[in-house]
Ligand binder design. Structure first.
Ligand code: PFF
Ligand code: NA
Length: 448
């Protein structure tokens, strides 16, 4: 059977934006920003998105479109080496690990959405929503979290089962614009809430002293978040670009994806921070005082239960988060699915079914164990994405070389073509060094 391709260019862009825009923007970003000094983190993060994320995204696009194969198959097709395809295996594994915690958080969101619809957000503020101390106990881990995670996983599988065009492309074309429109409306609503100004202040007022104080400390988390938010380093973007048929401008598409993802990230902050401050919650205060990983859930749900029209807004907000999460999780699943379909010739339903069973088990483990969850969702994923991207970049720079430049330029406009050679140099030399450096600082290895 012929390998599928995207039906339209916009379809590919929306699928890639759908992968990028997700819990990373709406949940992880506000929380990481709060934990790492607010606006200072924002600046470092934006710089890394531009200087590392975008070139990295283009490296994945180049590998994917060059071969029309899943990450493992792509490395097999491009080299005779036995070592490089192992990077593809690592990619497939990264997709599974990502999905194993992402679908757990997706499950939380589904429960909050459901509770918003039934109005539990208003009546049962304590303990279901507003008691921050109970967050991990009540919602995040345990049997109910396992069930919710499985439901989210099934939804993800249902979309991926439909295939590239009828499943992923149709799904994301519906989801992504919905997310954008609702988020703008929510930001406008948040602006009118009491004390919103303090939220903007925390979020947007740049305080260079924080940077000077602990630049290295911010670097690791900011780099990890920049890769995570753009879906770079896992190979999901290799996979999506492998379904490109005709020649389009990869640099243009990559820049569009990065721009829209960043806009949604910044917009999410314009919703979350004013609302936290309107509730008198200091987002830096840590999990038990309303900050930390539970901030979006506990604190915002609390906010919704006390603010005018809050119940309706809660449905809109958690609905947005659900859609955004789903459009990302399908890219995580499509990565290993494409591997099984391309390399072993299994049918899509069998590949999807097998992976749902696998991630059903691994995800349940993270849903049951809070410390496992914390390690996987944080350092493990950051490290895997950083290592994966470093390998992709070295491959593009040193193995593909001029071929990568040709692929980069294929279908690109005049301006973008001039960037191809500088891009190759940055990708082959500067960025791998930078990424390994951030890894060492993040891991706290001696000497750095
Ligand atoms: N970019 C997604 C987000 O911001 O939520 C998460 C993600 C998707 C990370 C796909 C990595 C990936 F390969
Ligand atoms: Na993102």
């Amino acid at each position: 059977m012929a390998r599928e391709t995207w039906a339209t260019r916009v379809g590919f862009i929306l699928a890639a934006v759908g992968s990028a825009v997700g819990l990373g923007n709406l949940w992880r970003f506000p929380w990481m920003t709060a934990e790492n000094g607010g606006s200072a983190f924002l600046v470092v993060y934006l710089a890394i998105v531009l200087l590392v994320g975008v070139p990295g995204l283009l490296a994945e696009f180049v590998i994917g479109r060059r071969t029309n194969r899943n990450p493992y198959g792509a490395f097999r097709a491009l080299t005779d080496s036995r070592v490089w395809p192992l990077v593809g295996v690592f990619s497939v594994l990264t997709g599974v690990v990502l999905l194993s915690f992402y679908s757990v958080v997706g499950g939380w969101i589904l429960r909050y959405t459901a509770a918003s619809v039934t109005g539990a957000v208003g009546i049962g503020a304590v303990p279901y929503f507003a008691d921050p101390g109970a967050f991990f106990g009540a919602v995040a881990v345990g049997p109910d979290a396992v069930v919710a995670h499985l439901v989210f996983l099934l939804l993800t599988g249902a979309v991926v089962l439909g295939g590239v065009r009828r499943g992923i492309e149709v799904g994301t074309t519906l989801m992504v614009p919905g997310v954008a429109v609702l988020l703008v409306a929510l930001a406008v609503w948040a602006a009118g809430q009491p004390n919103a100004g303090a939220g903007y202040d925390f979020y947007l007022r740049f305080d260079p002293s924080v940077l000077a104080g602990d630049f290295l400390g911010v670097l690791g988390p900011a780099a990890g978040q920049a890769l995570f938010t753009l879906s770079v380093g896992a190979g999901t973007m290799i996979t999506y670009a492998s379904y490109l048929g005709e020649d389009r401008s990869l640099p243009f598409d990559g820049a569009t994806v990065a721009l829209l993802n960043t806009a949604v990230g910044v917009l999410a902050g314009l919703v979350v921070f004013p609302l936290l401050f309107s509730q008198g919650i200091d987002p830096t205060a840590g999990p038990t005082a309303g900050g930390g990983p539970g901030a979006v859930f506990v604190s915002l749900a609390g906010a919704f239960s006390t603010l005018p029209a809050g119940e309706l807004v809660a449905v809109a907000f958690f609905g947005v988060v659900s859609l955004a999460a789903l459009s990302s999780s399908i890219s995580m699943l499509e990565l290993p699915v494409s591997f099984l379909v391309d390399e072993f010739g299994v049918s899509r339903p069998v590949a999807v079914g097998g992976l749902l069973v696998l991630v059903g088990v691994t995800g349940s483990a993270t849903a049951l164990d809070q410390s496992l969850f914390g390690v996987v969702a944080g350092p493990v994923v950051d490290t895997m994405l950083t290592l994966g991207l470093t390998a992709f970049l070295l491959f593009v720079g040193w193995v593909l070389g001029r071929d990568a430049v040709v692929e980069f330029e294929r279908g690109a406009g005049e301006f973008a073509r001039q960037l191809s050679t500088p891009w190759l140099l940055v990708v082959g030399v500067l960025l791998p060094v930078f990424l390994l450096f951030t890894l060492f600082t993040a891991l706290g290895l001696p000497g750095v």
